[in-house]
Each structure stands twice: as C-alpha cells, then as structure tokens.
Design a protein around this ligand. Structure first.
Ligand code: PEP
Ligand code: MG
Length: 552
C-alpha cells in the first residue's frame, strides 16, 4: 500500500497495528417500532440489561484508569446506573417503540430536563448522551463508542477525536493518532501534543487501511506508511525506548539561548510544567479558568487562581495573558453569542471597549497575585490589531504596577507594522495559531482547510520574520506561544527567524530542546531561509526535515 500523506501535528515516530475508532452511534430512525408479535416485556428488559452491561463496563474501566480519565468514567457509570433513563425508555417500549429508538427519545427528555436546571446539572446532559450511545450500541450489537480498549500497543485511526475522548485515551497503549479529518489546531492535535503522541491529521485514505495493518507514523513529516520494512520498525522501536531529558536551559549547539517555556491553563498544568523542568510559562491562558462562568469572577477569586499558577514558578518568568474571550472560547459575561463572524468580531482585547471594567479588575487581580508570588510576572493582551491599542494596553497594565507589559502578535496587520509596535511594548509573543488563521483566511477549527492552517506556510513565516526582526532592532524579546513552537523542526526555523523564546505544551519541551541542541544558530538561519523560500507549507516542511537528523 502506498504511503499516505497528511499534516503532521505532533512530531515523533511510532510503529504499531491500526485500531479503528468505532463510527459514532447514529440516531435510530424515528417511528421505529417493536416487531409485530414481539414480547414487549422482553424488549423492555433488554434495555435494563444493556444499561447494566454499560455500567459494569464503565466501572471496570474506571478502576483500571487514573486521574481525570477515572473520574470521567466513574461519573458516566453513575449516570448509567440511574434508573430514570431506563424506566422512561421502557415505558416507550410498552407503547410499541423499538428499544434503541425508545432509549434515544427518553435520553432527549432527560437531557432537556437537566438543561432546564442550568449550571452543573446542565453540564451532565453530555453524560446522558454518552450513556445513551453506549446503551444503543449494546442493543444493536455494535462496539462501544469511544477509544477502543486494547492490552497491546496500537495506532488509533479515527475520522476525528472529540474532547470527551481525551480523558479515556491511555498513552501507555496508544502509540500514535491518525485522523482523516482535523487540522493543526483540532482537538486531536492538541490532545496528541499534550500526551506527547506522534500524530498526523487530514490524512485522506487512512480509514481504508485494514484494522491490524502495521503502520509507521511520522508525526513530524506527516506520513503514514503501511507495512514498513523490518529494519525501520526496529530502529523506530529502539528510538522510542530512549527517554529524552531536558536540562533546563534551551540553547543551540553553539550556546545561543532560546528560552523553552510552557503553555498552561490552570494550577494543575502549571505544577506539571514546573515538574517537567520548563524554564517558565510563556502563555497562561487565563480564560481557561473561567470557561464555565456566566458571571465575571470576583477579583479575590481571580487572585487565588492566578497565585496557584504563579507559585510553582517562583523565581522564574510567567507570562499572563488577559482574557482571550470570543470565537472558539466564548465567555458569557464578556462576549456576544449572536455575532455572525466571531473570529473576526469582538474578541480578546477588543472586549475591553464594551467592558473596560473586566480588564481593569483582571489587571488588579494579576498585580495582587504577582506581589506575593516571588514570580517574575509579565502580562500581555491577545488579539491586538494596532500599535495604538498596544500602547493603551501597556499604559493600563503599567498603571496597575505591572511593569513588563506586552502584546500577542496574532493579527497580520500588527506583524506588518511590528516596527511601530515595538516602540510601545516591553515584549511581543507571536500566537501562530491565530496568525495562521488570519494570514491564510482559514478557520483554524476546520479540518478541510488543514493544508492552509499550517504554521509552516511561508506567508506565516514571513510575518514571524518581520516581527522577530523588529524585536531585534528595538531590543525587545519576541517569543512564539502558538502550536508551531511544539514542532521541533519548526522550532529550529523560528529560532533562525530571530525568535527568542518558545512556549509549548510541557510534554513537547524535551524533544524541542534536543533538536535545538543538534544545530548551531547559523544552521537555524540557513534552514529558516530554506523554509521561507519554499513554495508551500509541505515543501517547507520537507526541505527542513531533509536537513535535520531523523526526529524520533
Ligand atoms: C495563538 O493564537 O497562537 C495562541 C497561542 O492563542 P490561542 O491558541 O489561545 O488562541
Ligand atoms: Mg490566539
């Protein structure tokens, strides 16, 4: 079988047999009824038996899982044990509805009831859908939805992965992820990087590879090779057994310093990043602390959340980003859910026009958390479009006693005018996820546009170059905190373009560090020129990979 090409979103190589993610459970046809002459009581009893099987299965899996995964499975098992859904479904079967359809309709009623209660109960509506799908799968004699369970290591192949799959994916047995859909910032990509698993997305044809076929996944180059040669398999397995360590100082082979920082969203992530040896935090996504809130959190509550993130990095740097609400991260107290085009709407710093008090409260909270933490706190605003906005934000932050204030470069307009920007800020941090989305006019969440939504696009690299050059001229640090920083080969290119720090999921740091250590600064610059001169993202990636030692 020919090699399948997709978009590599999490580097590393792995070999293993393909295991297919089961297709999502489809809604049983409306109006389906129990067959004439069927024993209605027995049909109803099948629902109870299926629910019991689902509960027992989930509990068994929860006992074997740990952390968040165990908690999610336990909560779902509890929901499966609740008789409300089964009783309601059995009543419908008594009235002649087919069991699978009855479960579907009963679940819709339970969901509507939970949603009407709001808050925590409304969030449980998603668990009802999960239990519903599992019961319907048992009734239909199909495999349970979600990540399949296996004792032996495997390569997971799916159309795309949902956020709920993240908790139940076991990195001890899942070697790599390959999806037909998804893009570089899809859930699959984010999950793979967080777990340190090689991953290829937007790989057409991958769903036609037979279950059990051994494949070599190269998440750096973006290829999947069925039935690789025995010596290649051996080499990849030997490389995977090596454990990379980060010594705490990011640098090239000739000692050029590049700070290697972590992206975090809460205290747990910060503690894990500190343990992984990150030199600091390059992006603290504060909105992640409040995604479920209908109302603005109090200043005191914010102080506590921020302090918990700052504390593990006492004596080190933490870059706190003010709320990046909007588009894929709506915050009900700050953003307007009715906007027709939210990615281009009132998001990030722009929300401060209508709600200046929210930004003011947040800066006050960050300043208060900073004073007692012993951490070097930098603060930055997302979604800045002009040098004047940057100046306004920096003045505001300085007014709160936050001396090191800068902005994110995510809008091409601000990268193109980076020379004017640098005069107004203490530093800049390039968000390559949004910079790519806006430069290529390609929704970062759409798998169909994965080839455009790629940080290797030469147009994006030119914008990074312009920004980094302006930073060097004005003596301002310029970091990258988008997903591009977690790609070891791209990290080399970004360094060659003049970027001074790289911030990424903590798991990616050891491999990025090892790759940087394998090249000199001059080699980084030469590889950056190669990438800039390439006609497209694919060619840029291939040209640079061809010149680097194999990334394992
Ligand atoms: C980015 O846009 O690259 C970025 C780091 O911000 P976020 O992914 O949170 O939008
Ligand atoms: Mg962004």
């Amino acid at each position: 079988m020919a090699v399948i090409s997709g978009v590599g979103v999490s580097s590393g190589r792995a070999v293993g047999p393909v295991v297919r993610m089961p297709d999502p459970v489809a809604e049983p046809a409306a109006g389906s009824t129990v067959p004439d002459g069927a024993d209605v009581a027995a049909e109803g009893a099948r629902i109870a038996a299926a629910a019991e099987q689902v509960r027992a299965d989930l509990e068994r899996r929860a006992a074997a899982a740990h952390g968040d995964g165990a908690a999610v499975l336990e909560a779902t098992a509890l929901m499966a044990a609740d008789p409300a859904l089964v009783t309601a479904a059995q009543k419908k079967v008594d009235d002649g509805t087919a069991p699978a359809r009855a479960v579907w309709e009963a679940a819709a009623e339970v969901q509507a009831m939970l949603e009407s209660l709001g808050g925590y109960m409304a969030e449980r509506a998603r668990d009802v859908a999960d239990v519903r799908d599992r019961i319907v799968a048992v009734l239909d004699g199909r495999p349970a939805p979600g990540v399949p369970e296996r004792d032996e290591p495997f390569v997971l192949v799916a159309h795309d992965l949902a956020p709920a799959d993240t908790a139940t994916l076991n990195p001890a047995t899942c070697l790599a992820l390959v999806t037909e859909g998804g893009g570089p910032t899809s859930h699959t990509a984010i999950l793979a990087r967080a777990l340190g698993l090689p991953a290829v997305v937007a790989a057409p044809g991958i769903l036609s590879v037979d279950e059990g076929t051994v494949v070599l996944v190269d998440g750096g180059v973006g290829t999947v090779e069925p039935d690789p040669a025995a010596d290649v398999v051996e080499a990849v397995r030997a490389a995977a057994a090596r454990v990379l360590m980060f010594d705490g100082t990011g640098r090239t082979a000739d000692g050029h310093r590049v700070q290697l920082l972590a992206n975090v969203g809460d205290a747990k992530g910060a503690a894990a990043a500190a343990e992984a040896g990150a030199e600091g935090v390059g992006l603290f996504r504060t909105e992640f602390c409040f995604l479920d809130r209908a109302e603005e959190p109090t200043v005191q509550e914010q102080v506590e959340q921020y302090r918990a993130v700052l504390e593990p990095f006492a004596g080190k740097k933490v870059v706190v980003r003010t709320l990046d609400a909007g588009a894929d991260k709506p915050l009900p107290f700050l953003t307007d859910a009715t906007e027709a085009n939210p990615a281009l709407g009132v998001r990030g710093y722009r929300t401060a026009v209508r709600h200046p008090e929210v930004l003011d409260h947040q800066l006050e909270a960050i300043a208060r958390a900073a004073t007692t933490s012993g951490t070097e706190v930098w603060v930055m605003a997302p979604m800045i479009s002009t040098a004047a906005e940057a100046a306004d934000f920096v003045a505001l932050a300085n007014g709160h006693g936050l001396a090191t204030a800068g902005v994110m470069v995510e809008v091409p307009a601000v990268a193109l005018t980076a020379d004017a920007l640098m005069a107004n800020v203490a530093f800049a941090s390039i968000g390559t996820n949004d910079l790519t989305q806006y430069a290529m006019a390609a929704d970062r969440l759409l798998g169909d546009l994965a080839e455009l939504s790629d940080g290797w696009q030469p147009a994006v690299l030119r914008l990074v170059h312009l920004t980094a050059e302006a930073g060097l001229q004005a003596n301002r640090p310029v970091g990258v905190c988008g997903e591009a920083a977690a790609d070891p080969a791209l990290a080399v290119v970004l360094t060659g373009l003049g970027v001074t720090s790289l911030s990424m999921t903590a798991r990616a740091i050891p491999e990025v560090a090892a790759t940087l250590l394998s090249v000199t600064k001059a080699e980084c610059q030469r590889l950056a020129e190669l990438a800039l001169a390439a006609p497209d993202a694919k060619a840029a990636r291939a040209a640079v990979h061809a010149e680097l030692p194999p990334l394992a």
